[in-house]
Every structure is written in structure tokens, then in C-alpha cells.
Design a protein around this ligand. Sequence first.
Ligand SMILES: [Zn+2]
Length: 173
Amino acid sequence: MSNCEICKKIEQKAAKVVYEDDKVFACLTAKPASLGHILVMPKEHFSIIEMVPDPLFEHLFKVVNKISIAVFEALHAQGTNIIIQNGVAAGQDVPHFLVHIIPRMQNDNLSFKWAPKQLNEEEMSTVEMMLKDQTSTIGMREEKKKPVEVEQKEDETISGEDNYLLKQLKRLP
Ligand SMILES: [Zn+2]
């Protein structure tokens, strides 16, 4: 994407680069939560996590793990938070998928904790069923490209793939 600020940053190497290969780029962020806060991203432009092809995702996460190890070794971190802000609602503020590695120390006053919600058994069971309905097709994704019912005016038809893209667009930052 030509107007993506992250793509430009990668192309111009306009950052403190800590790792790079032909597919993955990792640099220090200009807006760190802690010293050594790193962003790891595919060089190719993908807006959200579900757009990233599996082999690239696998490679990217191997790199994330190795960089996390480097953070322990080089910076003597006592922990790392590995975070993906997937979608605007989740705090994603750039339209380019990336992974945060945040070095942590005991008592560093950073907090990613939340107060647990009190949900009743019915709410938990309902959400479990709704999710299982979707997750039952994991690993069979290719077979799922059949027409899907969507709300639409008149008698327009829409293919499963188009519908998938429509659903995806709603999640784009
Ligand atoms: Zn981009």
C-alpha cells in the first residue's frame, strides 16, 4: 500500500532496525512502553492478522520468539509482553499488521491486567457454542468457500469469497 506509513518506514529504513530479513522487519518503536519496545512486521503490506498467509505468519512468529529471547539476553528483561492490536477497537492505530514486543521488569509499573468480568453460566455457554460453531471449520478453510447468507437488498447474490472480504473490510483499521 503506497500511502502506508509503516511500508514507507520499512522501505526507507526510517527507524532503529534491530532485525531484518527478506520477509520480516523489526525496529524500535518511537513510542515505547518501555526501553527496548520492538515492533515486528511483515515487509509485505497486510492490514490485519487474518490476511497474513500461514507460512509467513509461522516465519514471523519464529522471528518474534528469537527477538524476545534477544530482549532477555541483551537487555536483561525479566519478561516480555507480546501483543497484537488486531483492529481499531483493539487499539490498532496503523493499517499494517505488526507485533509488539515489550520488555518487562518486576515492578516496572506497566500494567496489562484487567478486572475479571462476572459472567453467568448461560452467557459462558452461549459464547462457547457460538465460537465452537466457527472453530469447527478450522483446518477445513478451503472447503468453506461456498455462498454465505448475508443481509442484502433485493435479490443480489454474493459469493462466499466476496462475503468473506466484506466481513474482513469491517475489521480493517
Ligand atoms: Zn503497510
